[in-house]
Design a protein around this ligand. Structure first.
Ligand code: GDP
Length: 313
């Protein structure tokens, strides 16, 4: 069998806001060209006739240093004049997209119409915004996350933004995942990376779709000793977002142990918050090396500290 030589780049699995915090820290320590990021596209949605990729945009704007750091998404110094008028035309005005952000959606949609695919378009957006790291959409194929509530089945973004995660969750479906293949060379990139880092993202709807793309989970399990994840759950709660509700709906315990159980097939190393250190023996029993650290990234210093800790492990 051909020996796979390890190279010196880091391969990161990312969702949106939670991932962007760690990625900002990593970007301060690693040459941009050595950062390759597989991004969830399960949140992608078409609204106002425009193709929108929320997680790709959050990571792109973060690395371009253009993100609104308060919100964690969208452009800094954004205005919402176009959305005000869109709301008069469409009933999908609940999706908060600013004037500058709309420019990205228009550009992406135009490129799609010209025949470019999601990978090529992501590269062009990154190039034009000065992002030198390699952003890889998890798949070129369309995958969309749907949530079933007692009254209807709705897109995840609608559940998240319009309904503020209030309806009871009866089911989660990644529409199109059966036909989703990873971009060319992605599996090889996983095998050859110096480390694979799974961001503290929503395990169910951000990391969940990525690991269900054909071959990703199996490839991660082949190299699990160099796979590192950071728990998005601290003291039995999410820092933000519905990870707790979605974990519960799948029958998982809402704790770092619950996340470890969900990832155990392909996870070799887990960084849990120092406040959760009591869980360490139970997680290690799953065969996962476990480290305790302050994972609450409240400012840039904390983001860099956590990134440094993971790089040095
Ligand atoms: P989204 O797609 O925009 O919701 O973003 P992600 O899926 O990337 O991140 C959401 C997850 O990030 C949530 O489960 C949060 O608990 C987690 N998160 C956000 N900030 C932090 C933080 O500072 N530390 C840790 N450990 N988790 C965080």
């Amino acid at each position: 069998m051909r020996k796979i030589l390890s190279e010196n780049y880091y391969l990161v699995l990312a969702g949106g806001v939670g991932a962007a915090k760690l990625i900002e820290g990593l970007a301060h320590l690693i040459e941009p060209e050595l950062l390759k990021i597989i991004v969830n596209t399960g949140d992608d949605i078409e609204l106002f006739g425009l193709k929108i990729c929320p997680d790709l945009d959050i990571i792109t704007y973060t690395l371009a240093n253009l993100v609104d750091k308060e919100k964690g998404w969208g452009f800094v110094d954004e205005t919402f004049n176009c959305l005000d008028i869109l709301k008069k035309y469409y009933d999908t005005g609940w999706f908060n997209t600013g004037d500058k952000d709309l420019a990205t959606h228009i550009y992406r949609t135009d490129l799609f119409k010209q025949g470019f695919n999601k990978i090529e378009i992501t590269n062009l957006i990154c190039q034009n915004l000065g992002v030198k790291s390699h952003l890889i959409p998890m798949t070129n194929e369309s995958v969309e996350t749907f949530i079933t509530t007692p009254t209807q089945t709705i897109h995840f973004e609608e559940y998240f933004i319009k309904y503020q995660c209030k309806p009871e969750v009866l089911g989660i479906k990644f529409k199109g995942i059966e036909n989703a293949f990873p971009p060319k060379n992605t599996l090889e990139l996983i095998k050859k990376a110096k480390k694979v880092i799974i961001c503290p993202s929503n395990p169910i709807v951000s990391i969940g779709p990525i690991i269900q793309v054909r071959g990703i989970k199996e490839t991660l399990s082949l190299v699990k000793e160099k796979v590192y994840a950071i728990s998005p759950i601290i003291e039995g709660a999410t820092v933000k977002g519905p990870a707790d509700i979605l974990m519960k709906s799948l029958g998982l315990k809402v704790s770092c142990l619950g996340v470890a159980n969900y990832y155990k097939e392909f996870l070799g190393n887990f960084v849990i918050d120092h406040k959760d250190c009591d869980f360490k023996p139970k997680i290690e029993k799953l065969g996962i090396r476990t480290y305790c650290y302050d994972t609450m990234m409240i400012n840039l210093e904390k983001k860099i500290e956590l990134a440094k800790f993971i790089i040095n492990l």
